[in-house]
Design a protein around this ligand. Structure first.
Ligand code: ADP
Length: 561
């Protein structure tokens, strides 16, 4: 501050108080009140010098007074200190030791400006202090006498480096924030203390398709509807009432085309730095429309899945009941078949026995015609018995009632029995049986009757499906724990697509003039394989149509083996 000093009273007073003419422009420019006395104005420089005697410098400011021709008249102590700090660099008013040495050229230029303007002039000056650039704001004002004539120039310098840097920082921060805003898919908002929107970023406009000005002055409740978010929370109102921050509050808004859009709002309360008073909220909004659509879809899919699962469980239960009923029915059927077969076998055995006796003419000679009939009865009886036996076997196996007596048995005996049973029919068809190797000395673990039944069946099939003069062989191959017995023939063979089904019940796959002559039930292979499996073995087949077949029975060797 600069003021005139009343030498008589020895105190500092503003010339205001001494009826001075106030120069408002100067006062405003300087920030302090500088006024002139009502002295009769002498020539400019003399007046300045006489003024000087009455000036008081505010020691806290870097201040100078110069005459109109640019000669430095006086500087404040702070100006002197500043000059020392600046080292070689000089402010426009020059070095303090220039006082009394005529006009300072740089000051002369500024004074010309002040004179031309008729009011104060602000000049920014950059100077290096050490390696750091400092910016000084010089405010130069005309000092006028009571008549309004300029009689001197006064100026004050202020180091505004901090302010300039602060401004630069603020502008950098602002442009950084603008970049974030542009790059972000989120939008930004600000509300006043009544929760009315006063700021909405352009991104919101882009998403919703309406100018943000439409929303300014409105509350969120007016532009959309809050709803429970994906975590089941809806506490926007509660957070605002308590002036607390909030996160991911679901706001639903209809966009310009009427489409339902969903946003997650997060915000923090703002308080006035100076007074600490609540002044609103600031925050971000995130477009979560797609996320919620995906969530809805996955919820729907999960629901559908659950429904399907329920339906499946229901069907499974129904199936369980049905299969239980079927099992029961199967059991009853098997029981019935077993009972019936048993009942049929007794009279059938009598028929076969008596027919045999008649054929053998055990009770006396028969006419040739009657003997022929007795023979037919015997044959038909045998066939029927075979059929009944097969049906009984299937029902026993399916009913789980098959009992086996597993024991160590010599393989050659089993195969020998089966061979004896079939050899006559083979020879009757002129079939070459020279390759029936039945003499392997291996013990197997099997049920005697059932194992023989398997080989009888396979050999009788081979005889059945091999034409006159063909060839049938028996091969034995010993493995580590099992033995493979292969019954092979060069008969009619089996088509590749029939190989899978011949082990099914009632399947007879040969279908040409030759096979139609063959009798059978289609149960033999099924029963044989089930028996082999029950004994810990199996039956496999390879065959080529017109070339022949190989049926291989695998059975476990005896433990001693
Ligand atoms: P079937 O009582 O009809 O012989 P199988 O179950 O023993 O019943 O045989 C089923 C079918 O497999 C036969 O009808 C026949 O078509 C075929 N098959 C079995 N063995 C042979 C074989 N050695 N050669 C050709 N086909 C065979």
């Amino acid at each position: 501050m600069v003021a005139y000093k009343d030498k008589d009273k020895g105190s500092v007073v503003s010339l205001n108080a001494r009826r001075a003419v106030e120069d408002e422009a100067n006062a405003a420019a300087f920030g302090v009140s500088i006024t002139q006395s009502n002295l009769v104005a002498p020539a400019a420089n003399e007046q300045a010098e006489s003024l000087l005697g009455r000036l008081v410098f505010d020691e806290t400011q870097a201040f100078y007074v110069a005459s109109l021709d640019g000669a430095l008249i006086a500087v404040s102590a702070e100006y002197e200190k500043l000059t020392v700090r600046l080292g070689n660099g000089l402010l426009s008013a020059g070095a303090p030791d220039h006082i009394g040495h005529g006009p300072v050229p740089s000051l002369k230029l500024i004074i010309d400006d002040v004179m031309a303007n008729g009011s104060s002039v602000r000049v920014q000056e950059s100077l290096l202090i050490g390696r750091e650039e400092h910016v000084f704001l010089g405010r130069h004002i005309p000092v006028k006498d009571a008549l309004g004539d300029v009689i001197a120039i006064a100026g004050v310098y202020e180091d505004i480096t901090g302010q300039i840097r602060g401004l630069a920082d603020a502008s950098r921060a602002q442009s950084r924030f603008q970049d974030f805003t542009r790059a972000s898919s989120d939008w930004f908002w600000e509300c006043d203390d009544e929760m009315k929107l006063n700021e909405l970023s352009d991104r919101f406009t882009a998403i919703v398709g309406r100018p943000s000005s439409l929303y300014k002055g409105s509350s969120f409740d007016q532009i959309g509807k809050f709803n429970s978010n994906n975590e089941g929370r809806n506490d926007f109102g509660e957070a605002v009432a308590l002036k607390k921050p909030f996160r991911d509050q679901l706001l639903e808004i209809n966009d310009a085309s009427g489409k339902d859009m969903r946003f997650h709002l997060s915000g923090v309360p703002i308080f006035d730095r100076a007074t600490g008073e609540f002044s609103g909220y600031r925050g971000v909004g995130m477009d979560v429309t797609q996320k919620y659509r995906d969530l809805d879809r996955s919820r729907r899919t999960r629901q559908e899945l659950e429904d399907t699962l329920k339906e499946l469980t229901r069907k499974n239960m129904a199936l369980d009941i049905a299969s239980g009923q079927a099992q029961m029915a199967l059991k009853s059927k098997n029981e019935f078949l077993a009972a019936m077969s048993h009942e049929l076998r007794t009279p059938l055995n009598a028929i076969i026995g008596f027919a045999g006796a008649m054929t053998a003419e055990a009770c006396g000679e028969l006419g040739s015609e009657y003997k022929g009939y007795a023979n037919d009865i015997h044959g038909a009886g045998e066939h029927l018995l075979g059929l009944i036996n097969d049906i009984l076997d299937v029902s026993v196996i399916e009913g789980g009632g098959l009992t086996l007596q597993l024991e160590d048995l010599p393989l050659e005996v089993i195969i020998g029995q089966a061979a004896n049973y079939n050899i006559q029919q083979a020879h009757a068809k002129n079939i070459d049986t020279s390759n029936w190797h039945t003499d392997a000395v291996i013990d197997i673990m099997a049920d005697d009757r059932r194992a023989t039944q398997i080989f009888v069946n396979l050999l009788s099939n081979a005889v059945k499906f091999t034409p006159e003069g063909g060839q049938i062989g028996i091969e034995i191959e010993e493995g580590e724990k099992t033995v493979n017995v292969t019954i092979w023939d060069n008969g009619i063979g089996i088509a590749p697509d029939h190989l899978d089904v011949i082990f099914d019940k009632f399947k007879q796959v040969t279908d040409h003039f030759y096979s139609r002559k063959q009798e059978g039930t289609g149960l033999g292979l099924h029963i044989s394989r089930e028996l082999a499996r029950h004994m810990g073995g199996n039956i496999s087949v390879t065959s080529e149509e017109g070339v022949g077949s190989r049926f291989t029975v695998t059975l476990p060797k005896s433990k001693q083996e």
